[in-house]
Design a protein around this ligand. Structure first.
Ligand code: BES
Ligand code: ZN
Length: 618
């Protein structure tokens, strides 16, 4: 691979690669290094308010401090010093201005600092907007137990700025501590080490490892805890706790599996918080405390690959983070790769191979519809919302690239490479160029013959899927293919499919491979035999519901509506609404359901669905 010659030399090139187009901050001039939060959660006003005290590293004493904010009301900024002895009580306020609001990004907060070097902290007093994008305030009815309200935050990608004023770029890592007050009876959790309670009742936290701001997370509700291992446990509403703990009982084994290959787990505890169903994602890898959707609780551990994924982020994503959102594939592609390895160790080669194939097929499906510029790992996101890059490309194409490297260099060599990669970059944020340089020096150079077998530049910078993609086959999938054909042709009866014994991954493969139009009576028979409409497995239910809606199986109508009103996971909402909206009458139904459900969805899901369902002033 050749690195293109660039104006300004390698340093300028490096600086350009690290520049984050999704942040107003100028960390090269003044950088936030530590945050002390002192917050109150006001459920009545739907407002987080208090103060963020920011420690600064000032490379340029004449430069202002620039923060990111989205909808925050900044009340006051006061300068401070870690050397209080010098400045004593002679505090004034720091003048600040707000930049013009920009779509997706919010606005800059530009704070003038006194020129003296020992002014190295500022205290920002602020409150969040009631519609802050990172915050979802849930009414008791939206929770499992329906007895108390609930609040959680979602920082990734650029939403932390809607509840904390800071330099919201994944390249600007911070340590932090927090003191958070909440209504009596509610528990506050953060993605940090819990430090007990203050005498005034505040919950105390500390994160002593530098983390990117998108990983600062908080949740508050009526919560209970169940240990499931030495370092692992589950938090959930009391009525859901036993079910959640059973489903996730293998988490410690997953942790050991990942440590065994990629190096020690460096975050202390690993707990999972099972959120109410409005959570717009499957999971979010908040350090020490993964946030997860309750839709993974299938009862048979068939969907715990998601926990393997979020856990794997403790290495790829949290220990080594993408420096900008262009480099998102470094987080997700590596994590899908690690996730599959964990699944192989804990649940065996069969399950891992099936999940790998499902991922590859999902990618191939998406590559058919994505514009070429969105099929590139090192994607250009200037002027766009980083959320637009949440496609199978960074995830599955990223992982496929690593599978190809593993195939060429062999597993033991590639394992050792990844292990050393995590160690060498621990607690830093890196760019695609940083990774490629490390790859070149630590893997490719040692064996030019092998290196010549992987067109790295093509994998990283070109659209589509290179022809050397590793395409494992699985006998059960091949057999299933045959059965599906015979069943569709009428030469195999529904009973003879033998589907009662199918694991979830076989069902998904079977359903995903059905043509758009399937004979109505066949589908009705399948449903009658295997209870798909009443499936408690969210993946199977959604895959089935899409087919059933498309083919006019009326039995799914009511359960689909129920599901859409209850579940806020975007991955499910999108195909369901999309399929409904394909016919004029279906579109009217979709809009009616959406109208009711919209106030219950998180802002990130609303953004996607508004685009899908609202007529744009035609
Ligand atoms: N970090 C992501 C979730 C995310 C990505 C949130 C980008 C906001 C912006 C998380 O690790 C993830 O990938 N979750 C997936 C599940 C996973 C098994 C592929 C999800 O939520 O669907
Ligand atoms: Zn992920």
């Amino acid at each position: 691979m050749s690195i293109a010659a660039c104006a300004g030399g390698p340093d300028a090139q490096r600086a350009r690669e690290r520049h984050d187009v999704h942040s107003f901050a100028r960390p090269d001039q003044v950088r936030v290094t530590h945050v002390v939060l002192n917050l109150l959660l006001d459920f009545d006003k739907k407002e987080v308010r208090g103060a963020a005290t920011l420690s600064l590293a000032r490379a340029d004493l004449s430069a202002p401090l620039v923060l990111d904010a989205m909808g925050l009301v900044i009340e006051e900024v006061t300068p401070g010093s870690n050397n209080e002895f010098i400045h004593g009580l002679s505090r004034t306020t720091c003048p600040f201005t707000l930049g013009p609001p920009q779509p997706n990004l919010g606005q800059a907060v530009i704070i003038s600092l006194p020129p003296e070097a020992d002014y190295d902290t500022v205290c920002v007093t602020y409150r969040s907007a009631p519609n802050a994008a990172a915050l979802q305030w849930l009414a008791p009815e939206q929770t499992h137990d329906q007895v108390a309200p609930f609040l959680y935050t979602q920082g990734q990608a650029i939403l932390t700025r809607s509840w904390i004023p800071l330099q919201d770029s994944p390249g600007v890592r911070v340590t932090y501590s927090a003191s958070v007050r909440a209504p009596a009876g509610l528990t506050v959790l953060m993605s940090a080490q819990a430090k007990g309670r203050h005498a005034d009742g505040a919950f105390l936290f500390e994160m002593d490892k530098p983390v990117p701001p998108y990983l600062i997370a908080l949740a508050c509700g009526k919560l209970a805890f169940s240990p499931i291992g030495e370092r692992c446990g589950v938090w959930a509403e009391p009525g859901l706790l036993a079910r959640a703990a059973r489903e996730l009982e293998d988490t410690e084994r997953m942790l050991l599996a990942c440590e065994g290959v990629f190096g020690l787990y460096r975050w202390g505890r690993y707990d999972v918080l099972v959120l109410p169903p409005a959570f717009p994602f499957g999971g979010m890898e908040n350090p020490t405390l993964t946030f997860a959707t309750p839709t993974i609780l299938a009862g048979d551990k068939s969907l715990v690959g998601l926990i393997a994924h979020e856990l794997a982020h403790s290495w790829s994503g949290n220990l080594v983070s993408n420096a900008t959102w262009r480099d998102f594939w470094l987080n997700e592609g590596f994590t899908v790769f690690l996730e599959n390895r964990i699944m192989e160790v804990v649940y065996g080669e069969d399950r891992a191979a099936m999940e790998l194939l499902l991922g590859l097929e999902e990618l191939e499906g998406e590559l058919k519809v994505l514009p070429p510029s969105d099929q590139v790992l090192h994607i250009d996101l200037a002027g766009r919302n980083p959320d637009d890059n949440m496609t199978a490309v960074p995830y599955e194409k990223g992982a496929a690239f690593l599978h190809r490297l593993q195939q060429v260099f062999g597993r033991p060599t590639f394992d050792a490479f990844l292990h050393s990669y995590f160690d060498a970059h621990a607690f830093t944020s890196i760019t695609t160029a940083d990774f490629l340089a490390y790859l070149d020096q630590n893997l490719l150079r040692a064996d030019p013959g092998k290196a010549a077998q992987v067109d790295v530049a093509r994998w990283v910078r070109a659209p589509g899927l290179p022809s050397d993609v590793v395409r494992p086959s699985h006998p059960a999938f091949a057999e299933l293919e045959g059965k599906r054909q015979h069943w569709l042709a009428g030469s195999l009866s529904t009973a003879d499919l033998g589907a009662a014994a199918w694991i979830t991954q076989l069902w998904l493969r079977f359903l995903n491979g059905l043509p758009e139009q399937v004979d109505h009576s066949k589908l009705a028979e399948l449903d009658a035999a295997y209870g798909l409409t009443t499936s408690g497995n969210s993946e199977i239910f959604v895959a089935w519901a899409v087919i059933a809606l498309r083919n006019g199986i009326a039995a799914v109508d009511a359960p689909v509506e129920q599901f859409l009103l209850n579940v806020g996971r975007r991955k499910y909402l999108k195909p369901l609404y999309e399929t409904l909206a394909k016919t004029p009458s279906g579109k009217a139904r979709a809009q009616a359901i959406y109208h009711k459900a919209r106030p219950r969805y998180h802002a990130v899901a609303v953004r996607t669905l508004d685009e899908l369902l609202q007529d744009k002033g035609v």
